[in-house]
Design a protein around this ligand. Structure first.
Ligand SMILES: [Fe+2]
Ligand SMILES: [Fe+2]
Length: 294
């Protein structure tokens, strides 16, 4: 087992590596999108500028909007037209998806894990979280979508910078029937949620987002303000509900059932409502699969 001191040194070094790696290439676009999202005065022009500074992202978004999925086969030529056709909110989500997806591209199958299956899990949690939040609070908060996409970013960091340890963690989780979180604590002395928290802080994400990422496996919402609780409960419920339905990667964290029930009750969501939302998530993911998004 890793000693606590060794664990915190390792975590500190990892964050330095992240900041000097291709993972940090998503930072600028994602933080800029967060700024636009959090500014009620932001316009389609601000979004257009944020996307245009990233030409591969612009080109990719235009291609997606012209694909059979959205059906605008010919008439879209630039990002401005894409925003007009499919809307500000959808373009924001697509831009985030594309940017974050860059982290998940590489393919290696290790004890049931692939980056693509993790990506599918993250996008499912983002969509599910958005739908839960909208149905419970009757509002749209983009922070939920980003928290869903990035809540498990810590896995990518361990996968990329500590591949030997990552294989050990996956092996331990699979063969000793442990959650990934417990295997991480034993082998590293910290978890992917701790890494996610540190990255979110380093990148200047809003506190509510830092809190949701940090606590997606160990929820203590009573200690925090109401806004944080709303986001954290939603992400927790979405994360659990997607894994229960085997959508994408499963973190083998089944003992979370009690905490999930607590979140569900706090959110005043019935099991039936969760099933209804999950069905929508599954349909959305299937449509994305058919359009070749994964
Ligand atoms: Fe996780
Ligand atoms: Fe997760």
């Amino acid at each position: 087992m890793n000693s606590p001191g060794k664990g915190s040194r390792l975590l500190k070094n990892l964050i330095v590596e992240v900041n000097n790696s291709d993972i940090s290439s998503i930072k600028e676009t994602v933080t800029q999108l967060i700024r636009i999202i959090n500014d009620p005065k932001s316009s389609a022009d601000d979004l257009k500028h944020a996307i245009e500074i990233d030409p591969p992202l612009s080109a990719k978004l235009v291609k997606i909007v012209r694909s059979a999925y959205y059906g605008y086969t010919k008439e879209i030529n630039d990002i401005r037209e894409a925003i007009v056709c499919i809307g500000f909110d959808t373009i924001k989500e697509l831009a985030l998806n594309q940017k974050v997806f860059n982290l998940f591209k590489e393919y290696e199958y290790i004890y049931g894990y692939t980056r693509i299956s993790l990506w599918k899990h993250c996008i499912a949690v983002a969509i599910c979280g958005k739908l839960i939040y909208r149905s419970v609070f009757r509002q749209y908060d983009d922070t939920i979508y980003i928290a869903g996409l990035l809540h498990d970013i810590g896995y990518i960091v361990v996968d990329q910078f500590l591949p030997k340890e990552f294989k050990e963690i996956l092996k331990k989780s699979r063969f000793e029937k442990k959650s990934l979180i417990d295997a991480e604590k034993e082998i590293l002395g910290f978890t992917h949620a701790d890494i996610g928290k540190r990255i979110a802080e380093e990148w200047g994400f809003p506190d509510s987002l830092v809190y949701a990422i940090a606590n997606h496996h160990s929820l203590y919402p009573e200690q925090e303000n109401e806004e944080y609780q709303k986001i954290a409960y939603t992400i927790y419920a979405a994360d659990y509900a997607c894994q229960r339905k085997n959508i994408g990667y499963d973190e083998n964290f089944h003992e979370r059932k009690n905490l999930f029930q607590k979140c569900r009750i706090k959110l005043k969501l019935t099991e039936k409502a969760i099933d209804y939302i999950i069905e929508k998530v599954e349909n959305e993911i299937t449509k994305m699969e058919e359009a070749g998004f994964f």
